[in-house]
Ligand binder design. Structure first.
Ligand SMILES: [Zn+2]
Length: 300
């Protein structure tokens, strides 16, 4: 929510824009009118839209740009560039609030344009939204003797309650153990880190010495592969790193959500009325369908 909306709901008493601190943060301010954004929009908005770009109502502005048939720099549909930049602008504004870090607007622009290019290429070749590339299996890269730990966190949009889940399987896809747990109200990154930490503890206690951890959260893989991870400002990251350096071999890889459905399911069945860990030595009923469809993907 913008600060204006949060103020109305008494979640804050500061309705001002976190970027410029000069004006009330309405949705059009945060996406278009903030003094920091205006100068950049002016540089990239196609001439044909520039006249009305800063004067239309939010709905009119979105409609006009999202339905535009104009090309950006002669090769990209402006509607793709516009929507990608909007998304990154909003994401950047949230990063300022939740992580204290922010991109320069130059970086927001270049990411937005890179995404637009990606979508444009996908549409041209029909590669998006189809299964033209093989679905990766949780076991695609597993070497003999290596166990596979999938982890996930889920945060309810309504209640803000976060739950985590994970499971360990062997190279043949056999279920070794699973877990789920309620973690209170934390953000999704924290939930993901929590599930990694608990998954590692359980795998260590189980006596595993060769492990591939799979997460669908790119931020985790980035955080843990950072060069200065030992001095990360996030205590949980430092704790995970300490665990990591024990006498075992672990690698962490990113997997698309389609490869992480079982962990996602476990996070979603966690019992939110207690902080106790639920440990499963055999698969809970809710997981059986996913496990058997995952099993069909085991490479022969
Ligand atoms: Zn502002």
């Amino acid at each position: 929510m913008t600060n204006l909306e949060r103020c109305k709901r008494k979640l804050t008493d500061d309705s001002y824009c976190p970027l410029c601190n000069r004006e009330v943060e309405t949705i059009n301010h945060t996406l278009r009118d903030c003094v920091y954004l205006r100068q950049y929009w002016r540089r990239i908005v196609p001439q044909a839209h520039l006249n009305t770009f800063f004067s239309s109502s939010v709905q009119g502005w979105l409609r006009q740009n999202l339905y535009s048939n104009i090309l950006f720099r002669a090769n990209l549909p402006w509607k793709l560039v516009f929507s990608s930049i909007l998304w990154h602008t909003w994401k950047n504004r949230n990063d300022v609030i939740f992580t204290g870090s922010s991109l320069t607007f130059e970086q927001v622009l270049s990411r937005g344009i890179a995404w637009a290019n990606y979508y444009n290429d996908g549409w041209m070749t029909g590669a998006l939204g189809t299964h033209s590339t093989p679905i990766p299996t949780p076991w695609s890269n597993l070497e003999p003797g290596c166990f596979c730990l999938n982890i996930d966190g889920a945060v309810s949009l309504n209640s803000g309650k976060a739950t985590i889940g994970g499971l360990l399987r062997d190279t043949a896809g056999n279920f070794v153990f699973g877990f789920s747990k309620f973690t209170g109200c934390v953000n999704s990154l924290h939930a993901e880190l929590r599930s990694l930490y608990i998954g590692l503890q359980l795998a260590w206690d189980y006596g595993i010495d060769y492990l591939q951890v799979q997460t669908d959260c790119k931020q985790i893989t980035q955080l843990l592969s950072a060069p200065n991870v030992e001095s990360s400002p996030i205590p949980l990251v430092r704790n995970i790193r300490k665990f990591w350096s024990r006498a075992w071999s672990i690698n962490l890889i990113w997997t698309p959500r389609s490869g992480n459905m079982a962990a996602d399911k476990l996070a979603r069945i966690a019992n939110c009325s207690s902080f106790d860990l639920s440990f499963y030595s055999s698969p809970p009923t809710e997981l059986r369908d996913i496990l058997s469809s995952d099993a069909l993907l085991v490479p022969m």
